[in-house]
Design a binder for this molecule. Structure first.
Ligand code: PEP
Length: 252
């Protein structure tokens, strides 16, 4: 079975309601007729309900930018999985580098979010990646291994389409610096081999690993041509329909 490429747009803390509605409608329009790839968008929480109406029935998937592990309760500022499902949102970005580095989310907290998402049937996009200092210090693979083993600790995978990984080198996010095809493939191959150690082989081979970090219309084709890169997590370039359209229509 082939892994279906996934192009995911992370809108971060951008878009008014009107902008979100228009951007989502434009994404729906450029995705018409696509059958060989999946597209997902993650608007800010405030725009989820609005965007849910726009994407309903279109095949474009909706994700939250974070998720709590509890069903309800005293968790000020958090959003429960059931609240997302009620909106038709069945994916969530977890462990994004901005959550880890600006808001101090630890590997253990990320693991808690992962477990919660899986328990309530939300497909996580589990993000990890090294900082520039870690890369320059030759620690890239050790950091990835630590983040992955900790983030996926006790996470059982029965259906490999319901877990997505995203390698996002911190130094490449929002900086305009992309990992070279070679650097990205090297990391993805390492992650694939780690998954093969952690899960049953037939499952590990089917889990999608996205690349994220300044993906744009000019570099997407070469990145997605790499054998272990199964899609892209896109920030800045997902906010403009022209660039996101070109990324969605990447050529392998
Ligand atoms: C991201 O938000 O995950 C991201 C990769 O951002 P950018 O594409 O802007 O680097």
């Amino acid at each position: 079975m082939q892994r279906i490429p996934l192009i995911a747009g992370n809108w971060k803390m951008h878009t008014s309601l009107a902008e979100a509605r228009n951007l989502a409608a434009a994404v729906v329009s450029v995705c018409k007729g696509l059958t060989d790839r999946e597209v997902m968008i993650a608007p800010p929480f405030t725009a989820l309900a609005t965007v849910a109406e726009v994407v309903r029935g279109s095949g474009v998937r909706l994700a939250a930018q974070n998720i709590c592990w509890e069903e309800q309760g005293a968790f000020t500022g958090e959003i429960a999985p059931g609240m997302l499902r009620e909106l038709g949102c069945d994916m969530a970005i977890i462990g994004h580098s901005e959550r880890r580095h600006i808001f101090g989310e630890s590997d253990a907290l990320v693991n808690q979010r992962m477990a919660g998402a899986m328990r309530f049937g939300i497909t996580p996009i589990f993000c990890f990646g090294e900082t520039l200092a870690e890369r320059e210090g030759g620690q890239t693979m050790a950091v990835l291994e630590r983040q992955i083993r900790a983030g996926l600790a006790d996470i059982a995978v029965v259906d490999p389409t319901r877990l997505v990984l995203a390698y996002e080198p911190v130094w490449a996010i929002g900086t305009g610096k992309t990992a070279s095809d070679h650097q990205a493939q090297e990391a993805h191959e390492f992650v694939r081999n780690l998954l093969l150690e952690m899960y049953e082989k037939s499952i590990a081979r089917q889990i999608r690993i996205l690349y994220g970090g300044s993906v744009n219309s000019g570099n997407v084709d070469a990145l997605l041509r790499q054998p272990d890169i199964d899609g892209a997590l896109v920030g800045g370039a997902a906010l403009k329909v022209d660039s996101f359209e070109r990324i969605i229509h990447f050529r392998q």
